[in-house]
Design a protein around this ligand. Structure first.
Ligand SMILES: CC(=O)SCCNC(=O)CCNC(=O)[C@H](O)C(C)(C)COP(=O)(O)OP(=O)(O)OC[C@H]1O[C@@H](n2cnc3c(N)ncnc32)[C@H](O)[C@@H]1OP(=O)(O)O
Ligand SMILES: O=C([O-])CC(=O)C(=O)O
Length: 371
């Protein structure tokens, strides 16, 4: 029984949520380019959970349902205020706070489909509040409640900054949320599915997924891209700095992908957003450095930029703290996790692969006093 390291190329489930075929990404059969250019994040969430685009009425009521569920229990706010936020990574705080939400949800362990759908709405709405409340509390500010007339993307920025965002900021945030919403059987989504396939609850599945997204080989890469750009600091230093990193066998964050070998279809949208937003905000050097790095890595390693590469300079241009980049990924990706969790419950079987044993065999137990 030979093993496949990292499960590369293994098809572990059937799904009707998203597909990656020949480097093309679709959500429920809709091309990501169309969705990125035309849809709202709320519409995409509705699509992922209901497998159809909403009518105008359905979308309006879904939007208000999300906003009316954005408040979080006072105990979660008190908890966020109870520890030294300057030493805690926001992904750890979000992971804990999301788990805590389950303690205040009387339906947490209800397994009926409708109850799970209601929990999906609550989680999608409340995770945005957790991330923004965390950010405000650590700056000594009070959390801000959402506004009923703002979209999900606009409310996220509003709750973060206590200031209504400009249209260009709302459009960028909306597009980023759409682009990050789902991605087939990526590591965090697989984690969520493995967790709930034991018939554990939705909160456990999402908490586990947040833990997986946090790692630098997955969602945690976007924060590290910005760290790398900040360290490199100038366009002239981009190539020499990357050469040095490769000499030291370091991985270049935001580059490479398990599935895409010729290019991540989301990256071109984020690249264009990065060009526009960095120019608008006087941060063009980050875009120009990114271009040099992308070209160098493509030429010398044959690796494409992934979704995390240009999202870094996009979020930086929106004035967002660098350690909030991965939590923002979670605010979007929770929609995909929830879609996959619902799909897993609908036709469940325990996920339990095998390991090829390569350790010692036939060992004789010796009592402790003889070792
Ligand atoms: C939202 C997302 O999760 S997108 C991915 C975000 N992660 C990153 O950006 C981190 C940087 N990238 C990587 O670590 C990898 O490309 C991954 C994790 C995305 C994919 O990993 P895998 O499919 O397992 O590829 P693996 O790590 O085995 O790499 C294959 C080869 O390419 C090299 N390689 C892959 N990515 C990189 C990189 N970013 N920088 C330098 N070399 C790389 C590896 O060193 C390896 O080379 P070798 O065969 O000479 O040893
Ligand atoms: O699919 C993957 O392996 C990682 C990825 O791009 C994502 O989760 O968006």
């Amino acid at each position: 029984m030979a093993s496949t390291k990292g499960l590369e190329g293994i098809t572990a489930t059937e799904s009707t949520i998203s597909s990656i075929i020949d480097d093309k990404l679709t959500y429920v059969g809709y091309d990501i380019d169309d969705l990125a250019n035309h849809s709202s994040f709320e519409e995409v969430v509705y699509l992922l959970w209901n497998q159809k685009l909403p009518t105008e009425n359905e979308l309006n009521s879904f939007k208000s349902e999300l906003i009316s569920n954005m408040d979080i229990p006072g105990e979660v706010i008190d908890h966020l205020k109870s520890y030294d936020l300057s030493t805690v990574h926001p992904m750890a705080a979000v992971r804990t706070a999301v788990s805590m939400l389950g303690l205040f949800d009387s339906e947490a362990d209800e397994m009926e489909e409708e109850a799970n759908k209601r929990k999906a709405v609550r989680l999608q709405a409340k995770i945005a509040t957790i991330v923004t409340a965390f950010s405000r509390i650590r700056k000594g500010q009070e959390p801000v409640s959402p506004k009923k007339d703002l979209s999900f993307a606009a409310n996220f920025l509003y709750m973060l900054n206590d200031k209504e965002p400009e249209n260009v900021e709302i459009e960028a945030m909306n597009k980023a949320l759409v682009l990050h919403a789902d991605h087939e059987l990526n590591a965090s989504t697989f984690t969520a599915r493995v967790c709930v396939a034991t018939l554990s609850d939705v909160y456990s599945g999402v908490t586990a997924a947040i833990g997986a997204l946090k790692g630098p080989l997955h969602g945690g890469a976007n924060e590290r891209v910005m760290q790398m750009l900040t360290e490199i600091d100038s366009v002239d230093n981009a190539v020499p700095a990357i050469e040095k990193k490769l000499e030291n066998k370091e991985k270049i964050m935001g580059m490479g992908h398990r599935v895409y070998k010729n290019g991540d279809p989301r990256a071109k949208h984020l690249k264009e957003m990065s060009r526009e937003l960095t120019e608008l905000t006087g941060h063009s050097k980050y875009y120009e450095m990114s271009i040099k790095i992308e070209e160098y890595i493509k030429e010398n390693k044959g690796l494409p930029a992934n979704v995390d590469f240009y999202s870094a300079s996009v979020y930086h241009s929106l004035g967002i703290d660098h350690d909030l980049f991965t939590p923002i990924f979670a605010v979007s990706r929770v929609s995909g996790w929830l879609a996959h969790i619902l799909e897993q419950y609908a036709d469940n079987r325990l996920i339990r692969p095998r390991a090829e044993y390569v350790g010692p065999k036939g060992q004789k137990y010796t009592p402790i006093e003889e070792r």
